[in-house]
Design a protein around this ligand. Structure first.
Ligand SMILES: Cc1cc2nc3c(=O)[nH]c(=O)nc-3n(C[C@H](O)[C@H](O)[C@H](O)COP(=O)(O)O)c2cc1C
Length: 264
C-alpha cells in the first residue's frame, strides 16, 4: 500500500473481530516499530508483544485505572512500547555528546518518550499496511508497577501506552479532516492548537467524514501572487504539500527551538 494511503487510512480502530493474526504479520509489525528513529541512535525503547491468551490476560489484569472496554480486551495482540530514560542519559554522556553530568534539564523535550512515540506510530502504520487496524491507549502511572511486575520489566522502563492490533470489522478509510485553522502555515506560527476550539470546530472534528480532495493553503496562494505562479507549481510543491499533510495527520507541528540548546 502506498505510504500516503497508509497515513490516510490510519484511524484508531475500536470495532474489530477477535480472530488471531498471522504470525508473519505480527513479526513485521513489531519489527517496523523497532525500526523507528532514535536520538543519537540510542534506541532506548523496547516492546513486549503479547499474543497468547495467558499473556494478554496478565496484561489486562494490570489495566485498572484506564480500563478498556471488554471488546478491546479481546484483541488478539497487545504491544506495549517502553521508553528508557537511562539509555539516553548514558548515550549522551558518551564522548561525541559529552553530557557527562547527565543533567535532566538538558532535556526540555524528553527524547526517550519522543522516540518511543515514533516507534509506536510505526506499529500503527504497519498494522494498516498489513490490512489490519490498531488502537493506542494510555496507561496511567498508577498501573505501571503492576505491569512491570507482571512481565519482569525493569523499573527504568516506562510504558508510554499500549497498542492493540486487530482485524477491523469495517473496511475502507475514514479519513480525518485536516484542520484548516492556520496549523498548515509554513512561514509563521499561527497554530490554533492549545487555544480553545470553537463549537463549530468541535462539531466538525467529532463528525466522521472524508477529507476533501483538494489541499488549499499549503503552498502560497497563487491567486494573490499572479497567474505566473500557477504555471510554476511543480512536483516539488505537490511533494511538499503531501509532506505537510502527512505531518499534520501525524499530529506533528514543526517549530523552531526557542533556546538552541536542544539535543540532537
Ligand atoms: C498519546 C495518545 C493517547 C491516546 N489515548 C487513548 C485512550 O486512552 N483511549 C482511546 O480510546 N484512544 C486514545 N487515543 C486515540 C485518540 O483518541 C485518537 O487518536 C484521536 O481521537 C484521533 O482519532 P484517529 O486516531 O482515529 O485519527 C490516544 C491517542 C494518542 C496519540
Amino acid at each position: 500500500m502506498d505510504y500516503y494511503e497508509v497515513i490516510r487510512r490510519r484511524r484508531m480502530v475500536r470495532n474489530f473481530r477477535d480472530d488471531p493474526l498471522e504470525a508473519e504479520a505480527v513479526e513485521r509489525i513489531v519489527t517496523a516499530g523497532l525500526q523507528g528513529p532514535s536520538a543519537g541512535f540510542s534506541q532506548g525503547f523496547s516492546f513486549i508483544a503479547l499474543e497468547s491468551p495467558e499473556d494478554r490476560e496478565r496484561f489486562w489484569a494490570t489495566n485498572e485505572h484506564n480500563p478498556q472496554p471488554e471488546r478491546v480486551r479481546r484483541a488478539p495482540l497487545v504491544v506495549v512500547p517502553f521508553a528508557c530514560k537511562d539509555v539516553y542519559l548514558d548515550r549522551y554522556a558518551e564522548p561525541d555528546k559529552g553530557r557527562t553530568d547527565r543533567d535532566e534539564s538538558f532535556w526540555p523535550v524528553p527524547y526517550w518518550y519522543i522516540d518511543t512515540g515514533m516507534a509506536a506510530l510505526n506499529v500503527l502504520h504497519a498494522a494498516v499496511a498489513e490490512g489490519l487496524g490498531a488502537l493506542f491507549f494510555g496507561i496511567p502511572t498508577e498501573d505501571w508497577s503492576a505491569l512491570r511486575d507482571a512481565f519482569d520489566v525493569p523499573e527504568a522502563y516506562d510504558p508510554i501506552g499500549a497498542i492493540v492490533v486487530v482485524i477491523p470489522r469495517t473496511t475502507g478509510s475514514r479519513v480525518p479532516p485536516i484542520p484548516d485553522d492556520g496549523r498548515k502555515s509554513r512561514n509563521s506560527f499561527t497554530a490554533a492548537a492549545g487555544t480553545k476550539r470553537s463549537a463549530e470546530e468541535v462539531a466538525r472534528r467529532t463528525s466522521r467524514y472524508r477529507v476533501r480532495g483538494t489541499f488549499d493553503g499549503v503552498v502560497p496562494d497563487e491567486r494573490s501572487m499572479g497567474s505566473n505562479v500557477v504555471s510554476r507549481r511543480t512536483d516539488t510543491a505537490s511533494a511538499l504539500k503531501r509532506f505537510v499533510e502527512a505531518s499534520l495527520l501525524c499530529g506533528f507541528i514543526a517549530s523552531a527551538p526557542a533556546t538552541g540548546r536542544y539535543p540532537t
